[in-house]
Design a protein around this ligand. Structure first.
Ligand SMILES: NC(=O)c1ccc[n+]([C@@H]2O[C@H](COP(=O)([O-])OP(=O)(O)OC[C@H]3O[C@@H](n4cnc5c(N)ncnc54)[C@H](OP(=O)(O)O)[C@@H]3O)[C@@H](O)[C@H]2O)c1
Length: 285
């Protein structure tokens, strides 16, 4: 199976490196194309660099579009006549709808066929959202499919993506909140703990690196404890915060004061997500 990756930025490079390093895709079967060919120079040792996006599309069984939303439409139109009939097209962007991806892969007959009630787009399309934790093979990668994707396609995609961690299938409408929970969450977690550490450091002379390490190891171990012992967040709080004790003083503050911050956080990010999706979709009008 030939795997093509268009766009060799943050996501494209990470996925290509993971596919190659895991041994899942050989040099001859891993095809790369990007706007700035000089960035692909080093990758020639472990992947095949193609001359154009269309050339890559003509040979690939799966094409990953690792592109910003405003570059997507142009590339879809560029590759649509070269794609093989059965190729699975995978967009790494969550903001552009299946409908617009399908429209750009189809010719002018799309709207006529849609109006006459036919399925105008036979293309197989998936959306995939990895997390930065893929770098340590612990991504909770989100995936969703349009109706044309077969069980065999899903199996092929799953075999590839599990080299970066777990796969979570969601319906298209849940991709937004799903992205908040896995793709944005490393940033939310890091910023919350950054605040906690800075506050703790006002009361201690323990060196910064050691404080960070203590908190990080405790954070990772708390997660593992919950997963292995099937504990909820509240179970952990109850276990550690004995009534009238020191921890309870702290957890009370969190439960009293943090909900408002969390509410505003999701209100703002979801608002921004809507705006980003609107701008992305506008490129397709
Ligand atoms: N970054 C994340 O953590 C993350 C997580 C999940 C999903 N995503 C999604 O993944 C997508 C890619 O994000 P990214 O962070 O990887 O972006 P990025 O670093 O900007 O990479 C985009 C790549 O696409 C290339 N490109 C642009 N136009 C092209 C064209 N016409 N033909 C071929 N290549 C072209 C760019 O080339 P140049 O090098 O010349 O600019 C660049 O290498 C986005 O839609 C984003 O929403 C990102």
């Amino acid at each position: 199976m030939k795997v093509g990756i268009i766009g060799f930025g943050s996501m494209g490079r990470m996925m290509a490196e993971k596919f190659a390093a895991s041994g899942l895709v050989s040099k001859n079967s891993l095809l790369l194309a990007s706007r700035s060919p000089e960035k692909l120079k080093d990758a020639k040792k472990w992947a095949t660099v193609t001359g154009s996006n269309a050339e890559l599309a003509a040979s690939s069984d799966i094409v990953f579009l690792c592109l910003r939303p405003f570059d997507l439409k142009g590339v879809l139109e560029e590759i649509r006549d070269s794609l093989k009939e059965n190729t699975l097209v995978v967009s790494l962007n969550g903001s552009v709808s299946f409908k617009n991806l399908e429209k750009s892969l189809s010719d002018a007959s799309y709207e006529v066929e849609e109006a006459s009630g036919k399925n105008p787009a036979p293309h197989k399309i998936a959306k995939v959202i990895p997390s930065v934790t893929a770098e340590v093979d612990r991504s909770q990668t989100l995936v969703c499919y349009n109706d044309n994707v077969t069980t065999e396609d899903k199996g092929n995609l799953k075999r590839l993506l599990t080299c970066m961690g777990d796969l979570i299938e969601l319906p298209e409408k849940e991709l937004g909140m799903g992205s908040e929970l896995v793709s944005c969450m490393p940033g939310f977690i890091a910023s919350v703990f950054d605040v906690l550490v800075k506050s703790a450091e006002e009361h201690t002379e323990i060196p910064h690196d050691q404080v960070v390490r203590m908190v990080l190891q405790t954070m990772i171990a708390t997660g593992e404890l919950m997963l292995k012992k099937d504990m909820s967040f509240e179970d952990v709080v109850t276990r550690v915060a004995t009534p009238g004790g020191i921890t309870e003083e702290g957890t009370k503050v969190v439960y009293e004061q943090f909900p408002e911050t969390a509410r505003v956080l999701f209100e703002k990010t979801l608002q921004k997500r809507k705006l980003t999706a609107k701008k992305a979709e506008a490129q397709f009008e």
